[in-house]
Structure formats: structure tokens, C-alpha cells
Design a protein around this ligand. Structure first.
Ligand code: MG
Length: 231
């Protein structure tokens, strides 16, 4: 479903902040599934666990600590650079150039940022494959966040301070509802990207929308259509 935006709601926006995975490319591309498998293999090799046990632990860390990486750093003192390199050793060929998205982003008035729990390299590879990388002013990644992932408030503070973002004049686009809680309290507009197929099997139950969506201003499964409606 798509809520078309009220243009007046975005007339004050000067900074456009986008999550990367499942936001700048659609959920059904399933790029994250490749990263997910690499993370399972990493945990399995690190701890000598079966694939099944490794996957359970990976998801537990994701749930408890925001990212699998954060859990592995806390409990096993791993080298984050090594983990990020291995996790993102994926085939970006599943992404294709999205000219209409590039045009829509370019037409937005103000600065544009990618704010991701992944790495700069991953964001750059994905955004280049989409043909949109050159439209962004900067990428704020998990390294810049000192490995503290969204939805931690401190990480949003770091990002906003680094780029002097006035949150009252900014909007955040995200596919995870919990990552929009802090932006909303900071006074940002919030837009939730939803899968085209709401029942997509790889949407973990706890990532699904809840009844309490007051922190979500708009929902759309069509980012280009949404952005074009603002022009
Ligand atoms: Mg995402």
C-alpha cells in the first residue's frame, strides 16, 4: 500500500536521510539474504557451530544487540573490519540501475544522506549498482557509529551532529519501524518502506509493524512514486 504524501508536509525539508538495505532497493531483491547467509557462515566458522545453531545465535545477537556484529563484538571480541568484509562479500549484480530513482533523488531540494547499519563499502557498492551513488552527499555507516547500530539514540545524535542536520527540517526513510522511533522524537518526518508483498516470508515477525505506528508519518512500497509526488 502507498500513502501519497501531502507536499506541504515536506516543504520545510532540507535534509533527506535514507536507510540503505530494503529502502533504496526493494525488499524482494533480497540482497540482504546473501549477507545473512555470509553472517551465518561467519558465526559457524568462528564458534564451530552447525549452520542451524549458528543461525539461531546470529538472530539472537541481532535481536539483543541491534546487529549480529554488535553481539559478536560484545561476546567474542571479533575484528569488526574482518566481519564486515566477509559479510558483504556478495553479488551486487542482482541490483540494476534505477534511473527513475536517481532522477527522483536528484530532484529533491537539499542534502541527501545514506544512514546504514552496514559499511560504507557496502553502501557504495549497492548505490553504484543502482546508479544513484553520486546523488548522495555522504554515507554514515556502522564504523562512523562506532559499531553502535540504529535504533540507538546515540547513533542518531552522532549522525545529526556530524552533518549539522536540523532534525526539524529533515526526513528519514526506513524499512524497519523501530528505526523510525528516534527520528520521530527528534522532530523528523518519517516514512516507512514496506515490502510489495506484505507477507514476504523473510520479514521476521518482530520486524513487522505493530499496532503502535504513531511514529510513522507515511508508509509506501513505492519509493520513486512517493518522491515524485513531492515534486
Ligand atoms: Mg533497511
Amino acid at each position: 500500500m502507498t500513502d501519497l504524501p501531502n507536499k506541504a508536509d515536506f516543504a520545510h525539508v532540507r535534509d533527506w536521510v535514507f536507510d540503505l538495505d530494503n529502502t533504496l532497493y526493494p525488499h524482494h531483491i533480497d540482497l540482504f539474504a546473501q549477507i545473512d547467509q555470509n553472517m551465518t557462515a561467519y558465526v559457524s566458522a568462528l564458534l564451530g557451530l552447525s549452520r542451524e545453531d549458528a543461525r539461531a545465535l546470529q538472530k539472537q545477537y541481532y535481536y539483543d544487540h541491534g546487529t549480529t556484529l554488535n553481539g559478536l563484538m560484545i561476546h567474542h571480541k571479533i575484528d569488526p573490519a574482518d566481519f564486515l568484509e566477509k559479510a558483504h562479500a556478495i553479488n551486487y549484480g542482482v541490483l540494476s540501475e534505477d534511473l527513475s530513482l536517481g532522477e527522483a533523488i536528484q530532484a529533491l531540494p537539499g542534502r541527501k544522506f545514506i544512514f546504514t547499519n552496514g559499511s560504507v563499502k557496502h553502501a557504495e557498492m549497492a548505490a553504484r549498482a543502482l546508479g544513484i551513488f553520486h546523488h548522495f552527499d555522504d554515507v554514515f555507516d556502522i564504523v562512523a557509529a562506532e559499531y553502535v547500530p540504529k535504533p540507538a539514540g546515540a547513533t542518531y545524535d552522532k549522525f545529526m551532529a556530524l552533518h549539522r542536520v536540523d532534525t526539524k527540517h529533515a526526513v528519514m526513510f526506513e524499512d524497519l519501524p523501530r528505526n523510525l522511533l528516534v527520528p520521530k522524537t527528534l522532530g523528523m518526518k518519517t516514512v516507512l518502506l514496506t515490502p510489495r508483498d506484505e507477507n514476504h516470508e523473510f520479514v521476521d515477525a518482530w520486524e513487522k509493524r505493530t499496532d503502535d505506528d504513531r511514529h510513522i508519518d507515511y508508509m509506501t512500497s513505492d519509493l520513486v512514486g512517493f518522491l515524485n509526488a513531492l515534486l
